[in-house]
Design a protein around this ligand. Structure first.
Ligand code: INI
Length: 163
């Protein structure tokens, strides 16, 4: 028996709009994640007019902004970009875990794919490596995941917001 299978292609549905929420905290890293995400959208044929960028003060605030955007019904997916880097205290752990939990909750609550492109690193070097140096660009990876999810959701039964 050949069961029907669904699989997202790396092709954005026609006229699909994407939102990118990007944290200003550690901007020297996050601006590179944003550059990677915008480049990936462009190289996958998403028109510049169909990508909108919203700056967040820090990664902690990303979920609330993502919720507003996802709830608008305007976007096929929301890409969340930030860089949480370990400091001298455990402050960064609270920020990273709230960002991760919050972004997941927004996706589940709204039904709109919200992609986790928040780096959680022990050092600035690790963050730079993941923002366009030797470990690739996690912003680009997040944009590609958003395209895949938008494509998958355009096929799956039970269309949600933005699809
Ligand atoms: N925000 C980050 O995005 N990354 C960090 O590493 C970070 N650290 O470590 O402090 C950070 N703090 C700011 C935080 O996200 C909030 O903007 C702030 O606490 C105000 O709510």
């Amino acid at each position: 028996m050949a069961a029907k299978a669904y699989e997202g292609k790396l092709v954005a549905p026609a006229e699909a709009r994407f939102a990118v929420v990007v944290s200003r905290f550690n901007e020297f890293v996050t601006s590179r994640l944003l550059g990677g995400a915008l480049d990936a959208f462009s190289r996958h044929g998403v028109a510049e007019d169909n990508v909108e960028v919203v700056w967040s003060p820090g990664s902690f605030e990303i979920p609330l902004i993502a919720q507003r955007l996802a709830g608008s019904g305007r976007y096929a997916a929301v890409v969340c970009l930030g860089a949480v880097i370990r400091g001298g205290t455990d402050h960064h752990q609270y920020i990273a875990s709230e960002a991760a939990k919050g972004i997941a909750q927004v996706a589940l609550k709204t039904g709109v794919p919200c992609v986790f492109g928040v780096l959680t690193c022990d050092s600035i070097e690790q963050a730079i490596e993941r923002a366009g140096a030797k470990s690739g660009n996690k912003g680009a990876d997040a944009a590609v995941a958003a395209i895949e999810m938008a494509n998958l959701f355009s096929q799956l039964p039970g269309a949600g917001a933005g699809s």
